[in-house]
Design a protein around this ligand. Structure first.
Ligand code: HEM
Length: 480
């Protein structure tokens, strides 16, 4: 071993020890939560990612809670962090004004100055604009677009096929739905150009943010530049149309944001609007496609539940003409189907945790959390707690019969508090429209009965969920 190797080795040993001593000294007057910080920067990251991949993350959280209690410290994803567990912790994290929403560094670099990165007055304005764009009053207008996209996809990718792989099809469908809402009329041509780049971007969102050629991150970064160029062109076009007094009635995201800026609702630049559109496109398709995929996965194993969903959907179809699109009223009647979706979100939440950064020193249950530290809560901790949901491993949509029986901050697939997912109504509607057409038209069987799933960190069936399809004999007058 030459001297430079010796030096590198010594440095590798010395830096963690030094950081450990600095941390101890810096926080000597703090009552930090129990737990070992572990190796600086890396700490528990690899162990948690491994647990997610092997689908043992719940056991991982439980192990920590057993050892250290519901509040414990560690290094995670490059930062000292505190894991908090339980409904009180969820409440604290979702509603504490000194905790700032935190995306990964890669997401921030790839998606630019979007809602995740804003704070103060700017955040208030953008959050309110996005919330309005995704409000139930607006979603009512999107139902016919969703219906059109689902029918087109089913005809193109499902009908006539003996087997299909659900996850990639669900992803493409949800991507096309959110595109039709963001881009309006031009959705078709734009999404063809962008679909591959978006996939590359999403893959890069979870990578190490190093701009080294041919890495996942640098491919994602180049994809994000191409996407931004196309979206900037569209936004400028819509801006010109509005300035010329045209296009005010258009129902796309860009026109909506530019028009609301003209009315004084916010001060976002075109670049900011583009960044938020990119974030909405990503947020709007990854999660919902996971939900649809795992609903089909569960329904394959739960014939009784499938029977009840089928009954509900048949009843809705019976009252419609063969080519009638679904309406908001139809969607509102799919109450049982939504309970199945909620039970799917409970057992396999598409987002495994909510992350925040402390903007100043804060205190929780007598422990100090220093400024700059990461704070996080993991959805499965309450979702799979037998004291909150009896027999938590049982798939039982009936537990959502009486929502008020579920204690606050225990069922949190969409987060909670002021940063709760503003797309929840949108997600509910597109999921129900999709399930209607799938349940009406097909019977399915998983090709591989034992197919499990991993979290990477989004949950995904190991093979993407290949299923055998059979057309269903429709009841009389059914419209699907
Ligand atoms: C099943 C589907 C979905 C799930 C499970 C989900 C879940 C979540 C969660 C857990 C958060 C973070 C909340 C927090 O940490 O407090 C979030 C944020 C967000 N979601 Fe969703 N989401 C879904 C669908 C959607 C859709 C369809 C859209 C848009 C069309 C959307 C847009 C957003 C936005 C913009 C944020 C950031 C809110 C903010 O920063 O204030 N989501 N979502």
């Amino acid at each position: 071993m030459d001297s430079s190797m010796h030096f590198a080795l010594l440095l590798a040993l010395f830096i963690p020890i030094l950081l450990h001593l600095v941390t101890r000294f810096k926080y000597s007057s703090y009552n930090l939560p129990p737990g070992s910080l572990g190796f600086p920067f890396i700490g528990q990251s690899i162990s948690l990612l491994r647990a997610l991949r092997s689908n043992t993350d719940y056991q991982w959280y439980q192990g920590r809670i057993k050892k250290y209690g519901p509040v414990s410290k560690m290094w995670l994803f490059g930062s000292p962090a505190v894991m908090m567990a339980g409904p009180a912790a969820n409440h604290f994290i979702f509603s504490n004004k000194d905790l700032l929403f935190t995306g990964t560094r890669s997401v921030n670099l790839l998606t630019g100055r979007n809602i995740l990165m804003l704070s103060g007055e700017e955040l208030k304005q953008v959050r309110s604009a996005l919330q309005n764009f995704l409000s139930p009053e607006m979603v009512i207008k999107y139902v016919s677009k969703m219906d059109r996209e689902v029918r087109r996809h089913v005809k193109l990718n499902w009908v006539g096929h003996k087997t299909v792989t659900v996850l990639p099809l669900a992803k493409r469908l949800m991507f096309d739905i959110i595109c039709s809402v963001i881009f309006g009329q031009e959705a078709g041509s734009v999404r063809e150009a962008l679909a591959t780049d978006f996939q590359t971007l999403v893959k890069a969102a979870l990578s190490i943010p190093l701009k080294v050629p041919f890495t996942r991150f640098s491919k994602g970064f180049n994809a994000s530049k191409r996407i931004r160029k196309v979206l900037r062109g569209i936004a400028r076009e819509r801006e010109t149309l509005l300035q010329q007094g045209h296009g005010a009635s258009a129902d796309d995201f860009f026109t909506y944001m530019l028009a609301s800026r003209a009315e004084g609702a916010h001060l976002l630049t075109v670049e900011d609007i583009v960044d938020n559109a990119i974030f909405l496109l990503i947020a709007g398709y990854e999660t919902s496609s996971v939900l649809i995929t795992f609903m089909l996965w569960h329904l394959d194993k739960e014939p009784e539940v499938l029977g009840k969903i089928t009954e509900e959907q048949d009843e809705i179809a019976r009252n419609k003409g063969p080519d009638d699109a679904l309406t908001w009223d139809d969607v509102s009647r799919m109450k049982y189907t939504w309970k199945v979706a909620m039970e799917t979100l409970r057992t396999i939440p598409p987002i495994f945790g909510s992350f925040r950064t402390a903007t100043k020193d804060i205190e929780y249950q007598g422990y100090h959390i220093p400024k700059g530290w990461l704070v996080f809560t993991a959805q499965p901790v309450t979702h799979l707690d037998a004291n909150i949901f009896a027999e938590p491993s049982k798939f039982d949509p009936a537990r959502f019969e009486n929502n008020s029986s579920i204690p606050p901050y225990c069922f949190v697939p969409f987060g909670g508090g002021p940063r709760m997912c503003p797309g929840n109504e949108f997600a509910r509607t597109e999921t129900l429209v999709t399930m209607h057409y799938l349940v009406m038209q097909f019977k399915w069987k998983m090709c591989c009965k034992d197919e499990g799933y991993k979290k990477d960190p989004s949950p995904m069936p190991l093979l993407g969920l290949p299923i055998e399809l059979q057309p269903r004999c429709l009841p009389e007058n059914a419209h699907a």
